[in-house]
Ligand binder design. Structure first.
Ligand code: NAG
Ligand code: NAG
Ligand code: NAG
Length: 341
């Protein structure tokens, strides 16, 4: 279950730099400012939904949250030391509260006017993705939940105002797809059958068709401004490197190739939807290149190191924050520390 945790530490910073221009423009709407941020996706943007599910994929344990000011450094269910890209985008847009997790008890009443977060660690485009965690919200279900929220907006604002608010003043971000490879297609044992019976082309076709239907469903529910993230270099994450027994500076070729193949198809899909769905804007967020750049030129972005508890022993004085964690878990390898410049 380590992969869900390992993946997301600190990946958000770069993502943001490309998105911010577009999003700030979108926010600068003549119709009375920014409305809501609706967040769909996996552990990269889960803000606590999995805390409310009986699941093996949870992040409500330290060191998650250690740099998250709003919780005083306590874990919240975010799979990261700090904020997710969803939180940061919301802040930059001037939304006073982070989008509430859909499953949290306070995701009711006026709180939803700032946005709602449906993301779930372990979730994917395909329903079967993340089965290994027992429970998680796949994108189909996340959109079912948005359908519920959509009805609540009609009640809160009246149907014509609600439609305006959703279509003109709200952002829909979707950050998903990595688990469809990591915790579905590439999963040892569980998916061997699928991999024998389905070629990478066939599997990626299924993913793209499914996603196309999912985005069209959101459009039917009045979503218009979309930001869709592609899949990062999943062959370079510790989980993949470990199960494939690679060295520190190598990445798993098959996993990265699948990600790149999917990403090519995603770009085509978004171009197609931009033409087909009237009034909608789909922005493609190139997570793959950003994260690859981060991995390659990490020092340029103020990242001091990625480290494990074993490594910690030699850098003790610099990493006082991790002392208790590493003392209790001397062999932990899923911690990466990102320092802003
Ligand atoms: C919802 O509850 C959480 C946890 O108690 C809190 O941190 C957050 O600020 C609340 N959000 C809203 C919009 O009330
Ligand atoms: C996936 O699950 C959702 C929600 O349970 C369901 O509506 C949908 O039909 C399922 N899709 C497939 C392809 O099984
Ligand atoms: C939303 O839910 C209603 C039932 O309440 C259903 O008729 C409709 O098809 C759903 N819309 C989408 C896009 O899923």
């Amino acid at each position: 279950m380590v992969m869900e945790k390992a993946w997301s530490f600190g990946l958000v910073l770069l993502w943001f730099s490309t998105l911010s221009c577009y999003l700030v423009n979108a926010a600068d709407d003549k119709n009375g400012g920014f409305g809501a941020s609706f967040i769909f996706g996996d552990s990269l943007v889960d803000a606590g939904n999995n805390n409310y599910l009986p699941t093996l994929s949870r992040a409500n344990i330290p060191p998650n949250g250690i740099d998250f000011k709003a919780s005083g450094g306590n874990p919240t269910g975010r799979y990261t030391n700090g904020r997710t890209i969803g939180d940061i985008v919301g802040e930059e847009l001037g939304v006073p509260n982070y989008a509430v997790p859909y499953l949290a008890p306070n995701s009711t009443g006026k709180a939803i006017l700032y946005g709602v977060n449906y993301a779930s660690g372990g979730g994917g485009i395909m329903n079967a993705t993340g089965r290994i965690f027992v429970n998680r919200l796949g994108l189909d279900i996340q959109i079912d939940f948005f359908n519920n929220t959509r009805k609540q907006f009609d009640k809160l604002l009246g149907s014509s105002k609600a439609k305006d608010y959703i279509s003109k003043r709200s952002i829909f971000s979707v950050t998903i797809g990595a688990n469809d490879f990591l915790n579905n297609y590439l999963l040892p044992v569980l998916s061997i059958g699928a991999r024998i019976s389905e070629t990478p082309d066939g599997f990626i076709d299924d993913m793209i068709n499914h996603l196309s239907n999912q985005l069209t469903r959101l459009y039917k529910l009045d979503a218009r401004k979309f930001v869709i993230g592609n899949v990062g270099p999943i062959g370079c994450i510790p989980y993949q490197k470990t199960i494939n027994q690679l060295n520190e500076n190598e990445c798993v070729d098959l996993a990265n190739k699948l990600a790149m193949q999917y990403n090519g198809r995603l770009k085509e899909l978004l171009t197609e939807l931009n033409g087909k769905l009237k009034g909608a804007i789909f922005v493609h967020a190139n997570v793959y290149d950003l994260v690859m750049e981060l991995i390659t030129n990490y020092a340029k972005y103020g990242i001091i190191w990625f480290f494990t508890c074993r490594f910690y022993n030699s850098k003790r004085s610099m990493l006082w924050k991790w002392r208790a964690i590493c003392r209790d878990n001397p062999m932990r390898t899923d911690i990466k520390y990102v320092q802003r410049p």
